[in-house]
Write a protein that binds this ligand. Structure first.
Ligand code: HH2
Length: 293
């Protein structure tokens, strides 16, 4: 990955998200999380009715979200799958309504190829697959056929089991090798390299120490592709500080600082307004550093 913001200017490799152009900010792009669920780990991020989801998504757009990520199945530790029919019942009306109101790019957080295809037909621009296209053998074909954006995330185990006993000899090396291998598999299947964004999967089969080590070494995991980081309000912040999920904004901003320093391309967050303000201020300070005479 690029040297990020350590040098004079912020730079991250480009990412193509379907046919919709992404802005070129001197900071990571902000992806707002819209959970169409009754059980996501952060209660304030749950929008169980289509009306609530659309209102919240449009608020995120007004606050400066660059991308919206719609998910209909919680992946919190211990979560049970909801099933394809229910997932689609939750997603499709919201996507249709969003497409009437905004041109902001939308990704869909799903591990099912059928759901992905229906959402792409309904106007989504990319797929965010937390299993890196390993859960559904058809997912890579959907990504190829639609020439859409594709997020490949690392997870050890499954949401039901992943926090039981996560273990690595070298978490940065193993996560990087896995993401490189999944990127290669996607390219071999025909996915355009520029469509791929990779993600170390903060909180997915990782201890607090694993998460911190990954956040401290984000610049090493790129394997030539841009990186997404999702650390927003996750439990490692609670474990470090004792804060309940409602009180983890400060820790989430600290993780954003690490993402900015490493030249991460996209940050996936619950708090769009505060994130945009935080990153714009960091970027302005970096610019002032370069212009001092
Ligand atoms: N984290 C969550 C869900 N999807 N996708 C990617 N690519 N990266 C992440 O870090 C990530 C993700 C968990 O956050 P949230 O969606 O708010 O919770 P829940 O899964 O409980 O709905």
């Amino acid at each position: 990955m690029a040297s990020g913001a350590k040098g004079l200017t912020f730079s991250a490799p480009a990412w193509r998200l379907g046919r919709r152009a992404l802005p070129d900010h001197p900071r990571p792009l902000v992806m707002g999380i819209v959970n169409l669920t009754p059980d996501s780990f952060y209660p304030d991020s749950r929008y169980p009715t289509p009306e609530q989801a659309v209102t919240s998504a449009m608020t995120f757009v007004a606050e400066g979200a660059d991308i919206l990520d719609l998910g209909a199945e919680s992946s919190r530790p211990g979560a049970e799958p909801v099933g394809a029919a229910e997932e689609q019942r939750r997603l499709l009306p919201v996507l249709a309504e969003l497409r009437r109101h905004t041109q902001v790019p939308v990704t869909v957080d799903t591990i099912r190829a059928e759901t992905a295809q229906l959402c792409l037909d309904a106007g989504a621009d990319g797929v965010n697959d937390i299993t890196a296209c390993t859960a559904d053998p058809e997912m890579l074909s959907v990504a190829v056929a639609n020439d859409c954006g594709l997020v490949l995330m690392h997870m050890q185990g499954t949401p039901r089991t992943m926090q039981a006993d996560p273990s690595y000899e070298d978490v940065v090396g193993e996560v990087t090798a896995y993401l490189a291998q999944r990127t290669e598999a996607a390219i071999r299947a025909g996915v355009a390299p520029e469509n791929i964004l990779i993600d170390p999967g903060i909180g997915f089969g990782k201890t607090v120490a694993h998460n911190l080590t990954l956040l401290a070494h984000l610049e090493h995991i790129g394997c030539g592709r841009p990186v997404l980081v999702g650390a927003s309000r996750k439990s490692f912040i609670g474990a470090l500080t004792g804060a309940a999920v409602e009180q983890r904004l400060g820790g989430s901003l600290a993780a954003l600082s690490a993402a900015y320093q490493a030249g991460v391309k996209v940050v996936r967050v619950h708090d769009v307004f505060q994130t945009v303000q935080f990153l714009d201020t960091l970027a302005a300070i970096a610019l002032a550093r370069t212009s001092r005479s």
